[in-house]
Design a protein around this ligand. Structure first.
Ligand SMILES: [Zn+2]
Ligand SMILES: [Zn+2]
Length: 173
């Protein structure tokens, strides 16, 4: 667990650079497999009660195309510009707080910033929700399952006009 006591953050900011395995972070995203450790490059800085975090998080994940089911790697390069705010004291049971506008902020407790929560959350948000191997993936034939990126099948599918244009272009070369 990567945690930084606030007393260790100097006035000029604290640069941090480390990498961690997804498993160590307890990080799992359905449908995605991590291909490399999560590389974290951040600068923490104090601003009154808040601790700002700026930098980037990089990794790459293997995703499955929602259309053709092929596996393909997705590099993630996440820009981070957020802050940790002091955690609010717990409410007595039965009381609720209105959700704040700054719901995207993170919180610290006991004068210690835990970076794992931020890293986990930023990576989860960055993994494509509905991954597609390429913008014009043609998917699988709903009748025979043929991967239409690889070849056509005997089932009746209307010809895609975009392919006709490409064919004309290739003929003219
Ligand atoms: Zn695809
Ligand atoms: Zn077919």
């Amino acid at each position: 667990m990567t945690q930084i006591p606030i007393s260790e953050i100097p006035e000029e900011g604290l640069p941090l650079s480390y990498s961690e395995e997804a498993a160590e972070l307890d990080l799992a995203v359905p449908g995605a497999r991590f291909l490399q450790p999560i590389a974290v490059d951040l600068v923490l800085a104090k601003a009154a009660q808040e601790i700002s975090a700026h930098g980037r998080i990089k990794t790459s994940v293997m995703c499955e195309c929602v259309r053709c089911l092929s596996q393909f790697p997705v590099p993630l390069d996440i820009l981070v510009a957020t802050q940790f705010r002091p955690a609010l004291p717990p409410l007595p049971p039965g009381e609720h707080r209105m959700p704040s506008e700054e719901a995207e902020d993170y919180y610290y407790q006991d004068d210690v910033v835990v970076l794992d929560d931020l890293v986990r959350q930023e990576v989860i948000l960055a993994v494509p929700f509905s991954p597609q191997c390429r913008a014009d993936c043609r998917g699988l034939c709903p009748q025979c399952g043929q991967d239409l990126n690889v070849g056509t099948c005997a089932c009746a599918t209307p010809p895609d006009p975009r392919w006709a244009v490409l064919r004309e272009y290739l003929k003219g070369r």
